[in-house]
Structure formats: structure tokens, C-alpha cells
Design a protein. Structure first.
Length: 172
């Protein structure tokens, strides 16, 4: 719920910034002719459109964890994917967005095996997002294999934290 609130607040801020418009009166000639008797002073009103570039915001959604050497989703993982999809749909209603699904693995196994497994995990999440109504064209997948661990201890608990797929929502 906090994540959804954060997404909504980011979009409200972005919408407020892009809606800004500034009117400026041309006073350059007024200073030159002020106090001059018998002359007519003409002021033109000009509108200056100010372009505000809002940087792309990246929001990390819920991480999905996997069993050892698996790319299939558990029931708990499906709930996280569904919550992420709801947050993405809320964002889609307000602004342009892209999604990056990053597949990760623990540090056991070869680099090529972990890259392939990480890609399978990312593709599994993408397929589930598409089934839940997120357009496939807005979803990119990438595998980091064992290159981006969140934990570096050689324990079961640490390895379990690294067997994940992260979903990043980029809003513009």
C-alpha cells in the first residue's frame, strides 16, 4: 500500500510540474518612456511557455523470490506479481511508463548458467504481467545472473535473497 501511495504521489508531483505556465509582461519600453509627457505608451503582453523537464523516476516494486535452480512462481510470488501489476496499472493511468524486470541468481553455478536462469526468471515475470493486462511492449527484461547480489554471505538465507527478480517502474 505504501508503494502505491508513493507512485501516486510521484505522479501528482509530475503532473503539477508539467502543468506550470508563466505569463510575463514586456516592461522594457515602459522604463524608457515612463514620465515622458504627451507620449503614448503601448505595452504588449507576451506569453512565455516554460518547459519543465521532469526526470524519469525509477520505482522499485516488490521483489519476487525463487527456489534454487527454479524459474517458476510460487503462490506467494504470484501475490507479489499481482500487487506489482496493480501499481503499474495505476501508474499507467497517469503517465507514460516502462518496466524493467531484472533476473538475478545466487553466486553458485557458472556465469553462463546464472545469466540464462536469471533471464528465465525475468521472462516468467514478464509473461505474468502480460497475463495480468500489462502491455508486453512496455516491459523489458534483463539478466544479471550473479552480478548484482543484495547479500554476499555464504549462507542459505543469503543465497535465497539473491534468487530473485526485481521489477523497476520508470515513469516519465
Amino acid at each position: 500500500m505504501k508503494k502505491l501511495l508513493q507512485v501516486v504521489l510521484v505522479f501528482a508531483l509530475a503532473a503539477g510540474l508539467t502543468a506550470c505556465k508563466k505569463n510575463v509582461k514586456d516592461d522594457a519600453n515602459a522604463d524608457l518612456t515612463a514620465g515622458t509627457a504627451g507620449t503614448e505608451m503601448v505595452l504588449e503582453e507576451t506569453t512565455v511557455e516554460e518547459t519543465v523537464t521532469v526526470p524519469t523516476q525509477e520505482i522499485a516494486l516488490g521483489a519476487v523470490y525463487f527456489a534454487l535452480d527454479k524459474a517458476s512462481l510460487t503462490a506467494d510470488a504470484r501475490k507479489i506479481v499481482e500487487a506489482n501489476a496493480q501499481a503499474i496499472k495505476s501508474a499507467a493511468a497517469l503517465t507514460a511508463y516502462t518496466i524493467t524486470v531484472e533476473g538475478n541468481c545466487d553466486d553458485r553455478g557458472t556465469t553462463s548458467y546464472n545469466i540464462a536462469l536469471g533471464q528465465k526468471r525475468a521472462e516468467e515475470l514478464k509473461a505474468n504481467y502480460v497475463r495480468l493486462g500489462i502491455p508486453a511492449a512496455n516491459i523489458e527484461t534483463v539478466s544479471y545472473g550473479k552480478e548484482k547480489p543484495v547479500c554476499t554471505e555464504a549462507t542459505q538465507a543469503c543465497w535465497a535473497k539473491n534468487r530473485r527478480a526485481d521489477t523497476l517502474l520508470s515513469v516519465k
